[in-house]
Design a protein around this ligand. Structure first.
Ligand code: NAD
Length: 490
C-alpha cells in the first residue's frame, strides 16, 4: 500500500474546493513520528460566513426538502456506495493523520459508509402523525428541518462522528456547515468528495478546517445558523452553548466521559479482562466512551488486575500503518497531559502496576497503564484522561459500587459484568449513563442511541432516534368545509 498522500488539501464551500480567504494553511502531522505529511487550507471566519450563506441559499432552494424521502434516501445510499469504494484510501489517510491502527482506519471508513446506508434506508419511514380532533377537523404533524445545521467535530473519531451528523441532517433536508478538527481533518474532506461525486446538491454540505477559537467560535455564533451539533470537550461545549443561548437555537451536546464498569464476584474473569482491555486500550484510550474505570468486587480484584496487567504488557505498540494493537496519541500536548495525569495518580498514592510513562521511541506513544489502589475521589478516577489509562477500584457491597460508578460529573456510558440477570438489570437501572453495556464494553452499535447524562451532554446520536435531533415538529390543524366555525381549543 502506498504511503504517499496528497500534499495540499482544501475546504469544500458551495460545491467548490477552495483555499481559505487568507491563503494560510494548517500543517497535518503524523503522530507516529511527528513529521508533517500534508497541509490543509485554513478557513477563517470570512470563510464561515461564505459557507453559511451557501448553506442558507441551498436550504431556500428546497431541493432535498421537495424530494420524496425515499429518493433522498437513495442519494444517501449513493454516498455510502462511493465511500465504500474509497474505504482503503480513506483508511490509509486516516491512519497517517490520526495515528489510528490500520484496522481502526478501515473500521472508521466502513462505519461512515454504514451510517449513510442506515439513515438512507431509515428516512422513508420517518413519519409524522395524524391527531384526531373530531368531526370537521383534520390534524397532522410534519418533521420539519431546522435549516442550516452547524457541526463541530473532535479529532478522535472525526469521520464516524461527522458522518453520522451529516447524514442525519441531509436525510431530514437540512443543510450542513461542518468544521473539521484541526488535528485530524483529512478523512472528513474525503467524505466531502464522496458527497460531491454522489451528486449531493451544491451548498448542502460545506466542510471547513480551522482552529476552534476563531473558526469554530465564528460558526457557533453565526446569526444565520439554526442548529448546532457539537462533539468535544465540556469546556468547549459550554462556550458553544453560551453562543447558542444568544439566539435560542437548539444544540446536541456530545461531551466527555469517565465511564465505569462494575465487575461482580460472579463475573466471568476472562470476559472482564478481555472486554476491559478493549474498552480502555482501543485507539489508545482516546475514546469518549472508554471504560476508564473498573469497579471490581474485592473477591476477584487481584485476579482481574493480574490479568489486565498481563494483557497490557502483551499489546504491541507502533505506527498505526503497521497495524499494531496500540498507535500513538494525537499530539505531544496530549501525551504530556496523559503522562501528567499518571504522575498525579502516583503522587496521590495509587500504583501504576504497568505503564505510567511515554514509550521510549519517536512519536507520541504512551504505555498502556493500569492503576490499582485508586480511591474514587482521586483525580485519575474523576477526570477524563483521554489516554490508555485505567483506574481499578475495589468494592464490597453493590450499593457502594453504584455510588462509585455514579460519583463523577460525567454520565456517558457504564457497564456491568455478571452472570446474574437480576443483578445486571438492578445495576443497569441505577447507573447514571446514556448507554449501559452488559458483559461486553462497546456492545452497542450505530443502531443504538448514544449520548450522555450530566456533563456528558444531552441529545442522542446514532439509532433511529437520532433523526429526532434534526427536526422540529410542525403541527398543521385543518378546519374542513366552509363556514365561520370556531370552537374552544384545548
Ligand atoms: P475540543 O472541545 O477541544 O474540540 C472539539 C472541536 O471544537 C474541535 O473541532 C475544535 O476545533 C472546536 N473548538 C474548540 N474551541 C472552540 C470554540 N471556542 N468554539 C467552537 N469550536 C471550538 O475537544 P477535542 O480535544 O477535539 O476532543 C476531545 C473531547 O471530545 C473529549 O472530551 C471527548 O470525550 C469528547 N468526545 C465526545 C464524544 C461523544 O460522542 N460524546 C465523542 C468523541 C469525543
Amino acid at each position: 500500500m502506498a504511503t504517499q498522500i496528497k500534499e495540499h488539501w482544501q475546504n469544500y464551500i458551495d460545491g467548490e474546493w477552495v483555499d481559505g480567504s487568507t491563503k494560510e494553511t494548517i500543517p497535518v502531522v503524523n503522530p507516529a513520528n511527528g513529521e508533517q505529511i500534508a497541509e490543509i487550507a485554513r478557513a477563517t471566519p470570512d470563510d464561515v460566513d461564505r459557507a453559511v450563506s451557501a448553506a442558507r441559499e441551498a436550504y431556500e432552494r428546497r431541493t432535498l426538502y421537495d424530494m420524496r424521502p425515499a429518493q433522498r434516501g437513495e442519494l444517501m445510499l449513493e454516498v455510502a456506495q462511493i465511500f465504500k469504494e474509497m474505504a482503503e484510501d480513506v483508511a490509509l489517510v486516516d491512519c497517517l493523520d490520526s495515528g489510528r491502527t490500520l484496522g481502526g482506519g478501515r473500521n472508521e471508513a466502513m462505519a461512515a459508509a454504514r451510517y449513510f446506508s442506515y439513515y438512507g434506508g431509515a428516512i422513508a419511514q420517518f413519519e409524522g402523525k395524524s391527531i384526531p380532533l373530531g368531526d370537521g377537523y383534520v390534524d397532522y404533524t410534519i418533521n420539519a428541518p431546522f435549516g442550516v445545521s452547524a457541526q463541530i467535530v473532535p479529532w478522535n473519531f472525526p469521520l464516524q462522528i461527522g458522518a453520522r451528523s451529516v447524514v442525519c441532517a441531509l436525510a431530514t433536508a437540512n443543510t450542513v456547515v461542518l468544521k473539521t478538527p484541526e488535528l485530524c481533518p483529512l478523512s472528513l474532506a474525503m467524505l466531502g468528495e464522496a458527497c460531491e461525486r454522489a451528486g449531493v446538491p451544491k451548498g448542502y454540505v460545506n466542510i471547513l478546517c480551522g482552529y476552534g477559537h476563531d473558526t469554530g467560535a465564528a460558526l457557533a455564533a453565526h446569526p444565520d445558523v439554526d442548529h448546532i451539533v457539537f462533539t468535544g470537550s465540556v469546556a468547549t461545549g459550554k462556550s458553544i452553548l453560551h453562543a447558542a443561548a444568544e439566539r435560542i437555537i437548539p444544540c446536541v451536546m456530545e461531551l466527555g466521559g469517565k465511564s465505569a464498569a462494575i465487575a461482580y464476584a460472579d463475573a466471568d474473569p476472562e470476559q472482564v479482562i478481555g472486554s476491559s482491555a478493549v474498552g480502555i486500550f482501543s485507539h489508545a484510550g482516546q475514546v469518549c466512551s472508554a471504560q476508564s474505570r473498573l469497579v471490581v468486587h474485592k473477591s476477584i480484584h487481584d485476579q482481574i488486575v493480574d490479568g489486565l496487567v498481563e494483557k497490557s504488557q502483551a499489546l504491541t505498540i507502533g505506527p498505526g500503518i503497521e497495524d499494531h494493537d496500540l498507535g500513538p496519541l494525537i499530539s505531544e500536548k496530549q501525551l504530556e497531559k496523559v503522562e501528567g495525569y499518571c504522575m498525579t495518580g502516583q503522587q496521590a498514592g495509587a500504583t501504576a502496576l504497568t505503564g505510567g510513562r511515554r514509550c521510549d521511541m519517536p512519536g507520541y506513544f504512551m504505555q498502556p497503564t493500569v492503576f490499582a489502589g485508586a480511591s474514587p475521589d482521586m483525580t485519575i478516577a474523576q477526570e477524563e484522561i483521554f489516554g490508555p489509562v485505567m483506574a481499578v477500584i475495589p468494592f464490597e457491597e453493590r450499593e457502594e459500587a453504584i455510588e462509585i460508578a455514579n460519583g463523577t460529573d460525567y454520565g456517558l456510558c457504564a457497564g456491568v459484568y455478571t452472570r446474574d440477570l437480576e443483578t445486571a438489570h438492578w445495576t443497569a437501572d441505577r447507573l447514571s449513563a446514556g448507554q449501559v453495556f452488559i458483559n461486553e464494553w462497546f456492545a452497542g452499535g450505530m443502531e443504538t442511541p448514544f449520548g450522555g447524562t450530566k456533563r456528558s451532554g444531552y441529545g442522542r446520536e446514532k439509532g433511529a432516534e437520532a433523526l429526532l435531533n434534526y427536526v422540529q415538529t410542525k403541527n398543521i390543524a385543518v378546519k374542513l368545509g366552509a363556514g365561520a366555525g370556531g370552537r374552544p381549543g384545548g
